[in-house]
Design a binder for this molecule. Structure first.
Ligand SMILES: [Zn+2]
Length: 241
């Protein structure tokens, strides 16, 4: 059995255990921990109403897109919620990244999709969704790529193909977490390449957290250096101001 097959098998067992336990354990709100009521999914109705949303549209006239200005050409940048020190909503990110809660990626992805496409304004302009590849060691330890889970949530609900093999990580250094902001660019510069050609199209580049923007910049440059005609929009679950 090859390494990738063993990994898939272990991931499958892990997911099956999580889902089986879920049948016997009452589901709790991923933010406040209260037992969910019938009709509630993942997040209770109270926490759902208080999500610290950025309310940024998919435009370039917001602080998140300004962070990327002059680095890559993006048609718009839309982070869904703020990631602020001490916020209980950070549990959505921690759960997704560190606690096997891949379901939170899909759930929040659906909500992000509703905001991006709910008005029906730009759906026709997005041909593919491209998740940012995670560090391979993290991918193996976690069993999934958290950005892919968010991308799947958006793509499934709105019928847009997710191209998870398009961007590849070709240089492996440590995770971005815990690295000084000034060192993040050195850590990811040149770390990504495209695996094939998409042709002229519009894509939605999806990541979990936008902090310095270094990872998204490196991904964007990798795409535009090979296919400069591609129009890129960016959506992230969380945003660090
Ligand atoms: Zn709650």
């Amino acid at each position: 059995m090859r390494c990738t097959e063993i990994r898939k098998c272990l991931n499958g067992i892990g997911n099956a255990v999580y889902e089986t336990v879920g049948v016997f354990m009452p589901e709790r709100c991923a933010v406040c921990g209260r037992e969910l009521l019938p009709g509630e999914r993942k997040i209770c109705i109270i926490c759902l109403g208080d999500i610290p949303r950025t309310y940024y549209g998919m435009t370039c006239s917001n602080p998140a897109c300004e962070k990327m200005t002059g680095r890559i050409k993006a048609e718009g940048v839309m982070p869904f919620m703020f990631f602020r020190k001490g916020s209980p909503y950070n549990r959505l990110v921690y759960g997704l990244k560190y606690r096997q809660r891949y379901d939170l990626g899909r759930f929040t992805g659906e909500m992000m999709g509703d905001l991006i496409f709910g008005g029906g304004e730009i759906k026709e302009h997005i041909d593919y969704i491209v998740p940012v590849p995670t560090h391979p060691f993290r991918r193996i330890a976690r069993g999934y790529n958290q950005s892919r889970m968010i991308a799947d949530g958006i793509g499934k609900k709105y019928g847009i193909p997710v191209k998870s093999g398009y961007l590849k990580r070709v240089r492996f250094r440590s995770s971005q977490t815990g690295i000084r902001a000034e060192d993040k660019w050195d850590n990811v510069s040149g770390a990504f390449e495209t695996g094939y050609t998409l042709g002229p199209c519009s894509i939605l580049l999806v990541d979990d957290v936008l902090t310095t923007g270094s990872t998204l910049e490196a991904c964007g440059l990798a795409i535009l250096s090979k296919e400069p005609y591609i129009k890129i929009r960016i959506a992230t679950l969380a945003y660090v101001e």
